[in-house]
Design a protein around this ligand. Structure first.
Ligand SMILES: [Zn+2]
Length: 388
């Protein structure tokens, strides 16, 4: 029999109120919601080992069972050992968790699978969100599968592949002149009451991204890596990985928790700044070629910064050129198609290695959130600067 969920419900992170299943924010105070679970229901590592790979290996800690979810088999992405990078960074093991292998080529598929499931369960006719691009593509794909309409608000700078594929999946797309905050403003002004929001504040988006950590822990025989480097926009993945690591430790499956590192482009690094300063201040003039991470006012910024601090990690900002060079060089050295977004993580890991943040026996995981092929124009343009 398939493992089933041990989901108990949603509660507010700010006021502690419980919220009905499917809620986007707290009905009392508007705060962010989190999911709670019966941790006693999680079996031991041996039992988990006997299950199929992928996020539902730890089905108890997800809000829906696999056979209930709107899913195209998201997750079960490889964490590929990269010995060349391990040597360069002076660590025992360097793994790239390649989220580009998801159905639409991005980690956003994991969260939108669950957010669209919740919307369908709530009898929604349509889902809607502002997005830097990948989230809109994931939403359009999953909404189409569930028989729902989707409405994505993307900035004009959003990659062409996202715009094309949102339409290919049958989604409605609103291209807003400018950058991500302009798309958020257009969404707020244009959204209709019957649209169910599936934006980054959705607790289901966060729950879906926990699978990244479940799978990393399984790859490492139910131990924690020493460090996880996470390219960060809204902070959703960082908050999710922190929640997953805490839950697996509290359930007695994994003994340790990893150090978490937030990696952002220098031109838009509010979470990195908040790790040091304690609270997110929106970036006044965001400017990065890595559009997926150009999020000046991250929804989960404070949560993500707190997760980094609690884990004894750090925030690392890297220049665009270093991120692009890291992505291109890693593609050459490892064969993996690292995106510019993932390059921010590789470049941050390199900087951490230079600063002495890693030990020689460390196992370090870098998350590549997006397939390199989805950002091929930015990567190719970097080669021009090398005369290629
Ligand atoms: Zn509340």
């Amino acid at each position: 029999m398939d493992a089933t969920t041990a989901f108990r419900g949603l509660e507010c992170l700010d006021c502690g109120a419980t919220a009905p299943d499917g809620s986007y924010r707290c009905p009392d105070c508007g705060g962010l919601l989190r999911a709670s679970y019966d941790l006693d229901a999680v079996p031991g590592a041996d039992a988990l080992d006997g299950r199929d790979p992928g996020p539902y290996r730890v089905a108890e800690l997800l809000p829906f069972s696999r056979d209930h979810a709107v899913t195209m088999d998201e997750g079960a992405t490889p964490a590929t050992a990269c010995p060349t990078l391990a040597d360069e960074f002076g660590v025992d093991e360097l793994l790239v968790k390649d989220e580009g292998r998801n159905p639409t080529g991005a980690a956003t598929d994991r969260g939108l699978s669950l957010a669209v499931t919740a919307a369908r369960d709530g009898d929604a006719a349509a889902v809607a969100l502002p997005t830097t691009g990948n989230g809109g593509q994931s939403a359009a794909a999953h909404a189409g599968r569930a028989g729902l309409d989707s409405h994505s608000f993307v900035p004009s700078r959003c990659p062409f592949v996202n715009k094309a594929m949102i339409n290919v999946h049958g989604g409605d797309m609103n291209v807003v002149e400018g950058r991500y905050p302009d798309a958020v403003e257009a969404y707020e002004g244009g959204r209709e009451d019957e649209w169910t929001p599936v934006g980054p504040a959705s607790p289901y988006r966060r729950e879906g991204l926990k699978g990244i950590y479940f799978e990393v822990a399984a790859t490492l025989s139910w131990s924690a890596p020493d460090a996880l480097v996470v390219p960060t926009g809204h902070g959703t993945a960082l908050a999710a990985i922190h929640a997953a690591a805490t839950q697996l430790a509290d359930a007695g499956v994994v003994d340790e928790t990893p150090r978490l590192y937030a990696a952002q482009p220098t031109g838009c690094a509010p979470v990195v700044d908040a790790v040091a300063d304690g609270k997110v201040s929106p970036e006044e003039q965001p400017d990065s070629i890595v559009g997926s991470l150009e999020v000046p006012d991250p929804v989960l910024g404070d949560r993500a910064a707190a997760a980094v601090r609690e884990s004894d990690g750090e925030g690392v900002a890297v220049d665009d050129d270093d991120a692009l060079a890291a992505a291109v060089d890693a593609a050459g050295d490892t064969g993996l198609e690292i995106s510019a977004t993932g390059g921010v993580g590789v470049a941050a890991a390199r900087e951490l290695a230079d600063l002495g943040a890693f030990d020689g026996d460390d196992a370090v995981v870098v998350v590549n959130p997006v397939a390199g092929g989805k950002e091929n124009d930015v990567l190719r343009s970097h080669l021009m600067s090398r005369g290629v």
